[in-house]
Ligand binder design. Structure first.
Ligand code: NAD
Length: 392
């Protein structure tokens, strides 16, 4: 079987789905690779390195889709709402497609992908279980985002992060507040600590307190308790507006006391909660910085503008999206390893082994045989449950 890697086409995207280093592992599975010329260039992986590991470099995208049994992408049509549609006519019936597909985005787009006849697997739907940990692309990308958020804040901040003792006097360390302590928040804490900042972190899920403290940060305790803060999968649950209003009131002082606020708080399937209001921004010192990683999901700061940087009363608010793409070498490397682990799961003895009773396969499969097959996705789009299994 042949696995194909088209060049990412989303404007500004610099990642690549597979890197040369994973090709020997794929070969062991009985998978040969074809790469669109230049696919890895922006991430730091030139064609020659793929060729050295046995991949065939093809001149154009069309030939990659025509040759491959399995297409791996970072942003497939679905998550690539700018240029992804151009891939539809290139897809082949029964071809496997793996990547970010935005499974809860647009029903029409998902149906178009299903109509192309491909068996699409969405990496966003990977279960957060120990067994699937090495396939968890969301965690890999969140790690990159959390890291980079702290660095872009450092770049704009008119202060040093660490405490400095110099002949000209002592510099006090910067104060960094992290709102939301999932994978991105934990990486942001670790990065800010390494740079010497004083870090405080807050999450609606009290179970993260110990993780925050183990990274050398202070956990901000607020005198309110979320109802059933965490669901069975470990995600935060949505709270009512009175809870969020109380949260904002209590967070006001912490926001005003910090030089940098990194926002990462999201709730699956919901608009991100507003944690920092315009009034709270007015209470911050001029020169302070907010990096809102929740920008694409509606933002944790009321003033955030998606993919823009604005300055309000001297406070810089950064809503840049797709930060993982700005660390393309390592983001691609982590993603490629996630996909390789997933392919090791799907391919046995050089053949696809689709076992619908297996949790990882079942939970990630989005389309098959012309239909959207994922039960939760069907439910969200008010599609009736499937009675007969989709034919391949
Ligand atoms: P996420 O991106 O869904 O959310 C980020 C954080 O925002 C979460 O910690 C959430 O609690 C927090 N949040 C939501 N609303 C908030 C509010 N109003 N105020 C403050 N904070 C708020 O999170 P994630 O990084 O995807 O992680 C979700 C869960 O999955 C965590 O429990 C994590 O430990 C777990 N996880 C497990 C695995 C695994 O076992 N393989 C892998 C990755 C993550």
């Amino acid at each position: 079987m042949i696995v194909g890697v088209p060049k990412e086409s989303f404007p500004g995207e610099r990642r690549v789905a597979l890197i040369p280093g994973v090709l020997p592992n794929l070969k062991k599975l009985g998978l040969d690779a074809v790469i669109e010329s230049g696919a890895g260039l922006e991430a730091g992986y030139p064609d020659a390195q793929y060729a050295e590991k046995g991949a065939k470099v093809l001149p154009d995208r069309k030939s990659v889709f025509a040759t491959a049994d399995i297409i791996t992408q970072v942003l497939c049509y679905g998550s690539n709402d700018k240029t992804g549609k151009a891939d539809l006519p290139l897809m082949k019936r029964d071809q496997v497609l793996i990547g970010f597909l935005r499974p809860f985005g647009s029903r029409e787009v998902l149906q178009e992908i299903a109509n192309a006849g491909v068996m699409a697997f969405s990496v966003e739907l990977m279960p957060r279980t120990t067994r699937a940990q090495n396939m968890d692309a969301l965690s890999s990308m969140a790690t990159a985002c959390g890291y980079k958020a702290v660095l872009i804040a450092a770049d704009v901040l008119p202060r040093f992060y660490p405490m400095l003792t110099t002949a000209a006097g002592t510099i006090t360390p910067a104060r960094v507040l992290i709102l939301g302590v999932g994978v991105a928040g934990l990486q942001a804490i670790a990065t800010a600590r390494r740079l010497g900042a004083i870090v405080t972190a807050y999450d609606v899920r009290p179970v993260v307190k110990e993780q925050v403290q183990s990274l050398g940060a202070r956990f901000l305790e607020l005198p309110i308790e979320a109802k059933d803060a965490q669901d069975a999968r470990g995600y935060a649950t949505a709270q009512d507006e009175s809870f969020y209003a109380k949260q904002r009131e209590l967070l006001g002082r912490a926001v005003a006391e910090n030089d940098v606020v990194i926002c990462t708080a999201v709730v699956p399937g919901k608009k991100a909660p507003t944690l920092v209001t315009a009034e709270m921004v007015r209470g911050m010192q001029p020169g302070s910085v907010i990096v809102d990683l929740a920008a694409e999901r509606g933002g944790n700061c009321e003033l955030t503008k998606v993919d823009e940087t604005i300055v309000v009363n001297g406070v810089t608010i950064i809503g840049k999206i797709n930060l993982a793409s700005t660390v393309p070498y390592h983001s691609s490397s982590l993603y490629a390893r996630n996909l390789t682990a997933f392919l090791e799961h799907l391919v046995k003895g050089g053949k696809l082994q689709i076992d619908a009773s297996d949790e990882i396969t079942r939970e990630t499969m989005l389309t098959r045989g012309g239909q959207i097959v994922h039960p939760r996705v069907r439910e969200v789009f008010a599609l009736p449950p499937l009675t007969a299994p989709a034919n391949v």
